[in-house]
Every structure is written in structure tokens, then in C-alpha cells.
Design a protein around this ligand. Sequence first.
Ligand code: UD1
Ligand code: UDP
Length: 440
Amino acid sequence: MKIATILGTRPEIIKMAPIIDEISRRDIDQIVLHTGQHYDEEMSDAFFRDLDIRTPDYNIHVGSGTHGKQTGLMMKGIEEILLDEKPDIVLVQGDTNAVLAAAMVASKLHIAIGHVEAGLRSFDMTMPEEVNRRVADVCSAMYFIPTIDSAINLLAEGYSRKNLIITGNTVVDACFRHLDIAKKRGIEEESLRELNIDEMDNILTLTMHRAENVDVKERVTDIIEALKELDDMNIIFPIHPRTKNTLEKFDLFDELNNLDHVHIIKPLGYLDFLQLTSASTLILTDSGGLQEEAITLSVPALTLRYNTERPETVTAGGNILVGSDKEAIVFNARKIIDDNEFADKMKNAVNPYGQGNSAKLTVDAIEDYYARGLLNIVAPEDIMTSFTRNMKNMDENISVEEFERKENSLVHMVFDGENMVFPTDDLNLNGMMISYDKRK
Ligand code: UD1
Ligand code: UDP
């Protein structure tokens, strides 16, 4: 079996690292293909080093550009490599343009796609990431899903339960594996070392790069106004290159940088960043990965967004959405800083993203699919005369698997009262309302 991993940005490298490592450990043939979307040393190479994983076999060097140009160049480059390498499965992660490009190319080449971190939905189609993740899900054969909530999103969109594999999120693997390594190594980046965070109280780690925040002057201005009021915090801001560019364009960089309590530094490598986040009182961010890491590290998070495709972090109690609303940012930050009981409740939120064994579960499932021939994408040969979608109120003790065998069907959605539940093979359907597909 040959596995091709396609990635292009900082969070993809971090979240695919545990899987690349697991594939190497099992001696499975693999290639790693970098689109080159992120190319600065501190946005790309630093992570291969810090996470100690196989460096890319290919780099397409697409660089920065508009969505259309970037995605088009990626598609061209990825197609050439896949035609040559002929992997059995292509793995993509998350919701970046690499995911969109790779999913469209591989599906048309009839190469199976495994979408890592599938099923997330912000329900906000103005976000490029929402478009990317939805298209990737349409094209995929295997779905590696962080939580049951995300699996239910896919069921509600009509995906077969058989290909939904709940693994947790590999960010937990990365976090758990590297925190000790980071602490033993110590801080490498000089700008962070100079801040002497071991001796510092009230650290607020800030990251933002989301287009809908940093490309909109009013929103960044509101966020900066909130930061000004939090002047008893030590705000450490490893700045994303996109954000640096737009703050400079809006003439806001110096205003922020001149605040005594705000420390703008270069983007950090993973080991340095883990030391910073784990020492923080509070994380203020619009990052996807950081919402997950915050709850993994038991650090309260305020998310600078109006919606999130990670609602589990909010319902668990570890994350609060504050948008770019100055009042909401300051009010919630003050509560975390001043009210220990409130902060402790947030810290004690249960991490919904698994135990740190996502990479193992992912590669186990890939090996199983390969052994069962399920990675061969071939045109159907059975003549299908009818396809119906049915509903039924169940009043007998029967498991999902038994029902499917008896009715020659596939159980799709299951409602226990008002709640949708995930139809595992052994779930007893008695008393539930189900929908199921029947093919003849
Ligand atoms: C991309 C992803 C986003 C992800 C983020 C992770 C898409 C659509 N967006 O956003 O989902 O959350 O990565 O960080 O795929 N730049 C540099 N050096 C670099 C990379 C970028 O200077 O190494 C600058 C360029 O000016 C570029 C801008 O940052 O135009 C934005 O980069 P881009 O890759 O287009 O989007 P991100 O905001 O990084
Ligand atoms: N991160 C990092 N150094 C930094 C900022 C972030 O290592 O200076 C890591 C962070 O730990 C998380 C990931 O980058 O794992 C998040 O990436 P980003 O916020 O760029 O993208 P998103 O997750 O929003 O797609």
C-alpha cells in the first residue's frame, strides 16, 4: 500500500505529523507532498523539524495568491505527481486550499481520499474554509472524524455511516507527545526567551489570521481597542504574516506594537508555542487548531469569531465566542482573569477530542480498508432499479446491523426523542425513529 499525504500550511503539518509518523513506524510506503502555500521558514520548515517527521518528497511551491490562482496551480501540480506516484489513498487534513485542490484532483483520478478532520461545519459559506471542507467531504471515501457531533453533521448531509470513523483529533496526539519534549528542550526563539515567561503572570496568548477578521479594518480596530483595556495582562502575539501585512496596510501595526503590555513577536515553532500556550491564563484567538489545543491544555479560550465549526469546545465550557466585539472581549477576559471560580470551570471543561490516539485509529482504519479492497474506486456494476429513503418508528429490540441485514438497507439517521444519535453497529433501535436507504 502507498499513502500520499498532501499538505500546505502550518496547521496541516502539525495535525498530519502524528499520522505521517505512524505510517513511517509501520513501514508503509508513503510520500508527503507540500503545496508550498506556506513557505516562510517559521510557517513551514520549522514544523517538520520540531515535530521530527519525514520532510516533503515534493513541493509544488505555489506560494501566495488569490484563491483561484492558488487552487489552480495546486491542482496542476498535484495531478502530475499523483499520476506518476499512483498512491492507494490520498490523505488531506482540514479545510485549506490544499484540501480542496487535492480532493478534486484525486477524486477524478479515482484515487481514494481520506479526509482527516472531516465533518466540521461552521454553516457560514462566506468562509473559504467552509467551502473547502464541504467539497473535500463530497469527494472522500474515508472520513476521519474528531467527534460524534461532526459525524452527525455528515449523516445529516446524507453520507453513509459505514465510512465515518470517529478518531478524535490528531492535534491531541501532537500536543500530548510534544509538551514534555518542549519543556525539556526549553525556549529556542530569542524574542520569546527574552520575555521570560516563566516569571510572568497573567499571560494572554493572542493569535489571529482569519480573513474575515484581519482583512476588515473595523474588526481589527475593535479588537485592538479591547486589547488596550486589558492592560494588566501580558499580551503575547506571535503574528501571522497575513496579519502583519494587513495591520501595516491599515496603519495599525505601530499603534498596537507601541502598547507596553503587548508584545508582538515572530510566529513561533511548535515547541516554543506549546510552552507559551500552556503557561497562559487565557488564549484569545480566531484559529481553529488553537480552540482545540486550548481545551486540550486546560487553558480558557475566547474565540474572536461569530461562529465556530468546533462547537464542542463551547458546549463543554472551555471556549466562549466573542466575535470582534470589544465589550464581549473585555467582559469575558475580565471574568477569566478576576473570577477564579469562572476560570476554573473553563479549565475543567472535558476535552471532546479524544485521548491522543487518533493517528493510530486513522492508520488502523486505512490498513483495514486496504485489506478489504475498499480503497479501489471502481464504477458500479450492479444494476440499480430503485433507491428509496424511508423512515420508521422502531418498536422491537434490534441492532442497527441486524436491521440492515434483515431489510437489506443502510441505516442513516437515528433519533432518540429530539436527539440525533450515531448509529453504531450494535445500537439497539427500540423506541427510536430511524431513516434508512434501500437499494434494489
Ligand atoms: C491559510 C488557510 C487557512 C488556515 C491558515 C493557517 C486557506 C484558504 N486558508 O490561511 O484556512 O487557517 O492558512 O495559518 O487555505 N504569507 C507569508 N508567508 C507564508 C505564508 C503566507 O508571508 O509562508 C502571507 C502572504 O502575504 C499571503 C498571506 O500571508 O498572501 C495569506 O496566506 P494564505 O496562505 O493565502 O492564507 P492564510 O491566511 O495563511
Ligand atoms: N501555532 C504555532 N506557532 C504560532 C501560532 C500557532 O505553532 O506562532 C500552531 C498552534 O499550536 C496550532 C496551529 O499552529 O496547532 C494553528 O494554526 P493556525 O492558527 O495558523 O491555523 P488554523 O488552525 O486556524 O487553521
